[in-house]
Design a binder for this molecule. Structure first.
Ligand SMILES: C[S@@+](CC[C@H](N)C(=O)[O-])C[C@H]1O[C@@H](n2cnc3c(N)ncnc32)[C@H](O)[C@@H]1O
Length: 307
């Protein structure tokens, strides 16, 4: 069912390093975190962003043309060296400790991942004190994987080095409850569970998705833009009673904050790169008012039971 984005809920966009901001907040300041972090850590460094712009070298790979259309660069996480993987685990452990502190007890953190790195991020976040509560699988046809062996494409025309990736895992983590039961935690802190879909079904852990539509990419040309339809679904789920504040500490162009604003949730977005922060300032008011058919929660296996 198409519904109008409302786009009027309160939100704050901040140009800052999220570690500094989180350290300045009191315990339990936010009820949920929904974010798409810089996975390889290096891909959003100044150095790598310059290589991306030049169209060669570094972690950004230009995928092959598809239907005669040149695709946008994608980060290649398989090129991370062992010390970069170690740095990634250390980064998410220290980020996880800050995130855990500022979440209300029972608050959820829903974190974008990719099939290669998400197990490392999950173990780092559990080491920081989070409970792992499964994953939401975004079914989306990406251009990751599926390549023939480099420089031997003809010789090994029947081989793919890796499976073509058709999903994006979003880790679901929860700060341990403070109260004895979920019900008591909901009463006291407004957190502890996931919100059911608008028509009363359980929130499913597989959601059909798509790459962002052209109008959203025009509004927010960030290399890691996520589509409003998917973002509105997971942001909806993150606040079980629809009350509280959603934080996106790695905001990029603001797709999480826009989704929250469209639904009517309060949100805070933080971005440390000035260009992306300015992009978010321009994009959020436009993305938040787009009409997007998100309430139907088209799901792979959600069924229609009202259990
Ligand atoms: C993967 S992108 C998120 C893009 C977002 N999904 C969107 O739809 O636009 C991650 C973002 O985090 C930002 N970032 C990286 N480290 C940060 C930090 N310490 N504090 C705040 N932002 C940071 C990067 O500049 C980048 O824009």
């Amino acid at each position: 069912m198409p519904i109008a984005g409302r786009g009027r809920a309160l939100h704050d966009l901040l140009h800052e390093d999220c570690f500094l901001w989180m350290r300045s907040q009191k315990e339990g300041a936010v009820e949920a975190i929904v974010t798409d972090p810089p996975f390889g850590l290096v891909e959003y460094s100044d150095d790598q962003l310059t290589k991306r712009q030049a169209g060669r070298g570094g972690i950004w790979r230009i995928p092959p043309e598809l239907d005669g259309v040149q695709r946008k660069p994608l980060p290649r996480f398989t090129v991370l060296k062992p010390h970069e993987v170690g740095a990634l685990v250390a980064f998410f452990e220290s980020w996880g400790r800050e995130a855990l502190r500022i979440l209300a007890p029972g608050g959820h953190a829903i974190i974008a991942g990719n099939p290669i790195l998400s197990p490392l991020v999950a173990s780092a976040l559990m080491a920081a004190g989070f409970e792992r509560r499964g994953e939401i699988i975004r079914l989306v046809r990406t251009l990751r994987g599926g390549d023939r062996p480099k420089l031997a494409e003809q010789e090994y025309a029947g081989v793919s080095v890796m499976a073509r990736s058709c999903y994006e895992p979003w880790g679901v983590f929860r700060k341990p409850l403070r109260e004895r039961t979920v019900a008591e935690n909901l009463r006291r802190w407004k957190t502890g569970g996931l919100r059911r879909t608008p028509d009363g079904r359980p929130f499913p852990d597989v959601l059909k998705s798509e790459t962002p539509p052209a109008n959203e990419e025009t509004i927010a040309p960030h290399p890691s833009l996520k589509p409003q339809r998917f973002m509105r679904q997971i942001v909806w789920a993150a606040l079980p009673l629809g009350e509280g504040v959603v934080l996106d500490p790695f905001m990029g162009s603001g797709s999480t904050v826009s989704a929250a604003a469209a639904i009517g949730y309060r949100a805070v977005g933080i971005e440390k790169q000035r260009d992306f922060f300015e992009m978010a300032r321009r994009a959020v008011p436009k993305l938040a008012v787009l009409d997007v058919d998100w309430e139907s929660f088209e799901s792979y296996n959600g069924g229609n039971g009202r259990t």
